[in-house]
Design a protein around this ligand. Structure first.
Ligand code: PMP
Length: 397
């Protein structure tokens, strides 16, 4: 019965991570996965999360409502939209999701069902690989818009705007809130303003993917700039929030989907449809991660601790960026490496070619993606010199 099932291709990120795990070398370094590591290269459980866990010990394991914990949903919308919400909650609907992936997936299903047939979802080139998988598996056409200038290691803003203008009116554009994955390269505030102008002219719909709020600048409000701009400009829009990185809740699967409508009357109907989809897929979301987030966001002392820890995490990443840049300069590695310190968030898009990456993986047992993306959070003061040596060697290849 199942002999004709073809083998699916291995996800590029998961595949590299598996190869790292299987490598017996004592020198191996993993900079493939977008997960925070401390200075000892160990996973880090936030102190605010531990404190919330203590409070939650013994909490019941009853089912949550289909759309999740109401306090979590409201706190999530407030965290992202802040004062921009300005009492306009009635024209927004937020549901708890299986982290950021689940939020994007649920939003894309909603697009298929309730936006005009054939509406295309545009994602940046390059983007988080799962955007296209999700669209494909949800039966929604997807396409790419220009984003990165590989030659100059920066945003290709003119190309991005030209592609937005060329797309059919009413298309959906997935935009990374901040700390673009994989390039670490975001539009400036002024550029966001122009993007919003063009999106409005073309009646495009923003779908803001928010996986790194707090990770780009260490300031939650500053990082939420683009979502708030679209909201304040009156767009109908989607946002998908993930608490994987900023709360370190990767495996707990805590996230939220918000859809903003012009019509208050549409909201109860939209919620009813989202609940139908959730019910049919997994009935109700998991409890633990969302309870942790709601507990921390709802308690001023824990919230302050969280903000402090976020600053520490993003601060360490900034420091490591600088160390890596300095190490490359000190080794006189040919080329301009300033993009490493200009890029923000967890990742740097090194500009290393697939052949150079392969060389580094084979010879140095340092695991990065074939695209040249490096998770800076996977490095520390000990591994930076080793990595810089590897790059200095690989660029000669
Ligand atoms: N969007 C982007 C751009 C991401 O980088 C990620 C995490 N890699 C996600 C969404 C979703 O992650 P998760 O499902 O773990 O929240």
């Amino acid at each position: 019965l199942f002999t004709n099932v073809p083998l699916a291709p291995v996800d590029p990120i998961i595949g590299v991570s598996q190869a790292y795990k299987a490598d017996p070398s004592p020198n191996k370094v993993d900079v493939s996965v977008g997960a925070y590591r401390d200075e000892q290269a160990k996973p880090y459980v936030l102190k605010c999360v531990r404190a919330a866990e203590e409070r939650l010990l013994g909490a019941t394991k009853e089912y949550l409502p289909i759309d999740g914990i109401p306090e979590f949903n409201l706190a999530s919308a407030q965290l992202l939209y802040g004062k921009a919400m300005n009492g306009q909650e009635k024209r927004m609907v937020t549901v708890q999701t299986l982290s950021g992936t689940g939020a994007v997936r649920l939003g894309v299903i909603f697009i298929r069902k309730y936006l005009p047939a054939g509406t295309t979802v545009y994602a940046s080139r390059p983007t988080w690989v799962n955007h296209h998988n999700i669209c494909k598996e949800s039966g929604v056409p997807s396409a790419e818009y220009t984003y990165y200038d590989n030659k100059n290691n920066c945003l290709n803003f003119e190309g991005m705007i030209a592609d937005m203008r060329a797309a059919p009116n009413g298309s959906v554009f997935i935009l990374h809130l901040c700390a673009h994955n994989p390039t670490g390269c975001d539009p400036s505030k002024e550029q966001w303003g122009i993007i919003a102008d063009v999106m409005a002219e073309k009646k495009h719909i923003p779908f803001v993917d928010c996986a790194y709020q707090g990770y780009a600048s260490g300031d939650l409000d500053n990082d939420a700039y683009s979502a708030r701009l679209f909201f304040e400009r009156g767009f109908e829009m989607f946002s998908a929030q993930s608490y994987s990185k900023n709360f370190g809740l990767y495996g707990e699967r805590a996230g939220a989907l918000t859809i903003v409508s012009h019509s208050e009357a549409a909201i109860p109907k939209m919620l009813s449809q989202l609940k139908m989809d959730i019910r049919a897929m997994y009935s109700s979301p998991p409890t633990h991660g969302a309870r942790l987030v709601a507990t921390v966001l709802g308690d001023p002392a824990l919230r302050a601790l969280w903000i402090d820890e976020l600053k520490q995490m993003s601060g360490r990443i900034l420091r490591v960026r600088k160390e890596l840049y300095d190490a490359l300069v000190a080794r006189n590695v040919p080329g301009d490496w300033s993009h490493i310190v200009k890029q923000i968030g967890m990742f740097t898009y090194t500009g290393l070619s697939p052949a150079q990456v392969e060389y580094i993986v084979k010879k140095y047992h340092i695991y990065l993606l074939a695209s040249g993306r490096v998770s800076i959070a996977g490095l520390n003061s000990k591994s930076v010199p080793y990595f810089a040596d590897a790059i200095a060697d690989a660029v000669k290849v």
